[in-house]
Design a protein around this ligand. Structure first.
Ligand SMILES: Cc1cc2nc3c(=O)[nH]c(=O)nc-3n(C[C@H](O)[C@H](O)[C@H](O)COP(=O)(O)O)c2cc1C
Length: 326
């Protein structure tokens, strides 16, 4: 079977399989991995696995589709890096259907250095919840991240010192609100329960230490299953805080926003930068409206912390066999 073909039994050829293996390395809300892939003669159907939605924080499936969008971006980059155009069709069956995208390996193309670097970053990208160094990110790198978001039709707005404090204050407030809600704690309990052999959810190695004086209001994944030896560490003052936003809102904007998010995270990885999405206030409508500031028509899709971080542990992934439909 040649590299891109799909066998009668739905088995993808080796090149297509490599691309799907890249897709499942995408970030996802609570590491829910809410995607499925169906290789067909017309391309790969990408399906949203709505049974994996974290309902309490994601009533409309916005973060679920952002996660699927991130997987679509990996799939596209992996195809391009293997010399084929990635022909994308979003929501081919309408906004509420199970199939949310179709990606086809199109004409041959010469891969660029940028694409090759992004593809190499896919297995190296992590959500880093450890303290970052007190070293500001250089301007040219930030400009590159802004262009990465733009290339996917989104906007990355980097907070100045005042806005940084204000955004983190809203994140802190949202985190406290969530911590006080029993149904949030129940969802957290499920997605952080570390059953042996479990390959989804957030594992203890990825929680990171407590932030002294809650200076950096990361989402606390260790709230329900606390670690016995969790260190308290001082978090940085100088990480970059940026807001990724789209012009419209709704399923298509979420899928596009997810692709932009992953492009920004991978571009940061290429430059040796660590990243953490912080999305607690975007899950509370009244707070989401505050994040882009008054009078704006933009729709925030993610808040990202960017800086220089120490190495951190990877989170597990379900094997491709579990998400491949034949
Ligand atoms: C839409 C979205 C929202 C997320 N929100 C948060 C968050 O608020 N806090 C956090 O620490 N990680 C957040 N993450 C990161 C996921 O928890 C992470 O991608 C997942 O656990 C897999 O780990 P990895 O990114 O290291 O592969 C988010 C990811 C996505 C795609």
């Amino acid at each position: 079977m040649h590299g891109w073909a799909v066998a009668h039994d739905g088995e993808p050829g080796p090149l297509l399989r490599e691309c799907l293996e890249a897709a499942v390395l995408a970030p996802s809300i609570f590491n829910t991995q809410p995607w499925r892939f169906r290789p067909t003669s017309a391309g790969v159907d990408v399906l949203a696995d709505r049974g994996r939605r974290v309902g309490v924080i994601d009533e409309y499936g916005r973060e679920l589709l952002i996660s699927v969008g991130a997987a679509v971006f990996n799939l596209r980059v992996a195809m391009l890096a293997r010399g084929r155009q990635a022909v994308l069709s979003l929501l081919p069956d309408g906004p509420h259907a199970e199939r949310v995208a179709c990606v086809r390996a199109g004409a041959r193309v010469a891969g660029s250095d940028t694409v090759a670097a992004l593809a190499r970053a896919i297995p190296r990208r992590r959500t880093n919840r450890r303290p970052f160094a007190d070293v500001p990110v250089e301007r040219w790198m930030i400009d590159e991240l802004v262009r990465a978001a733009e290339a996917e039709g989104a906007e990355l707005t980097v907070a100045d010192l005042d806005a940084r404090g204000a955004v983190l204050e809203v994140v802190r407030f949202a985190e406290r609100r969530w911590r006080a809600q029993p149904n949030y704690l129940a969802a957290l309990e499920w997605w952080t329960r570390c059953d042996i052999g479990r390959l989804d959810g957030v594992p203890p190695e990825a929680y990171g230490p407590w932030s002294a004086a809650e200076r950096m209001p990361l989402r606390d994944f260790g709230l329900v299953h606390p670690l016995r030896k969790r260190a308290v560490e001082r978090f940085e003052d100088t990480s970059t805080i940026a807001v990724l936003s789209t012009r419209t809102d709704g399923p298509e904007a979420w899928l596009r926003g997810g692709q932009a998010l992953e492009r920004v995270l991978l571009t940061a990885t290429v430059r040796g930068l660590a990243t953490t999405p912080l999305t607690q206030p975007l899950e509370i409508p009244a707070l989401r409206a505050l994040v882009c500031g008054p009078g704006t028509t933009r729709h925030p899709q993610a808040i990202i912390r960017i800086g220089y971080g120490p190495p951190c542990a990877p989170s597990p992934r379900r094997p491709l066999a579990e998400v491949l439909l034949r």
